[in-house]
Write a protein that binds this ligand. Sequence first.
Ligand code: SAH
Length: 478
Amino acid sequence: MSNPCPHTACGGCSMTGMPYDEQLARKHTHLKSLLSAYGAVLPPIGMADPYHYRNKVTRTFASVRTDRKQFAAVSGTYAAETRRVIPIDACAIEDLGAQKILQTLTALCVKLKIRPFDPRSGQGVLRHAQIRVGAATGEYLLTLVTASPQFPGRGNLVTALRHAHPELTSVVHNVNGFDTGMILGDERRSGHENRVLFGPGFIRDTLCGLSYRISPQSFYQVNPRGTEILYQTAIALADLRPTDTLLDAYCGIGTIGLTAAAHCGRVIGVELNPDAVSDAIANAKHNRITNARFYRGDAGKFLSEHADLTPDVLIMDPPRGGSDLPFLGAVCKRKPKKVVYISCGPDTLARDLKTLTKEYRVETIQPVDMFPMTEHCETVCLLSKLNAKQHIEINLDMDELDLTDAEKKATYQEIKDYVLEHSGLKVSSLYIAQVKQQCGIIERENYNKPKSEDAKQPQCPPDKEKAIKEALKHFGMI
Ligand code: SAH
């Protein structure tokens, strides 16, 4: 594979130019070195198309002196660990439509004589630009960041941009007077509110069938296609029941909990950032989800202080630095039957597993590659409570790696979906495994055995057995 990235100095991606299979293999090796002590690390789930997945694209503007001693605008990114702007017009991971709009913007700034801001002299206007894309809706939001509230030429600029890019659905003006390394200025700190120059001031995107409003400052996952795979993996591993209370800790704008809400009794979300909590509440409302509540607070404090909160299942998705002892301690005390830990920092995941495995057993470690071309990778880890009195169903996806020919014909999820569609019955993986065993499709001893000696294993009722057998026949497995 030739290297699709012409830039070497931006420092953003360390794996471009490497075949994608090799990138995944390297990530797998790295994750195994950190996590194998806790269980088998499955091969990472990769993206079908690993390019141009980034839905948030930013550029910093700078002036360069041309041969004719004139100034021209360039837009790019800071060279790694410096404040020197290197021009970027092609990038292997950014959304292509966003790149085109930013190229037009740079050319228009030259044409309309809108000068880039120079932090050394304090002269000039345009500091940064940011595009956010609704990958599923095709909507584009451009935020123009200037160093001061004055923005001469903005009307002509927006008109010309809209003419060239009808896909641009909104343009916002943000003021950032500080050289903090942040792209967008903080409206509260600067006292300058974002000003909508065109459109509604936000875009919408659809993630796992739900609609989200994304404003310039909103937190939103940067790889929406990868995020869907990540959430589906996490929710499948959580194997929620209709009566379950799910705690979505470190919930951001509520995307995981809201996606899971249809599969469980109720969702409680907790998040430190007040803006994200407001977004989560608005997202629940917009999607007419009535069984989810979101709270602002430190996850550890929240769980310790709410003694009445006894979640059946916990999905936790902390920042790269991982969780902390107050939260992990409260989890070990409150003992939800399952914990699904989503991590973007494998070393802190390994650290936190050390604490959690005092009360929990690691069942599945499934990496999901959300960040092709970079060294980063998400990991979803399913843990189940040790010495459970109740039966805990083990996840079967892992076993599906070692399938007999008959088994390969349909996954557990496909069988569940078929049964639900044709008989209206919800069946668990355990029941499917029991019927498979009965039909001689699987022989392995360890399938869905209870985790502790005194656990009771429910038996598949006859109506469900009949429906599962019909599905097995349909898929040609018996
Ligand atoms: N689950 C969300 C967000 C994950 S990012 C998603 O999938 O989009 C991690 C989140 O944890 C951030 O939103 C951050 O604000 C929040 N956070 C960081 N420290 C926290 C703490 N101590 N308690 C609760 N939330 C915290």
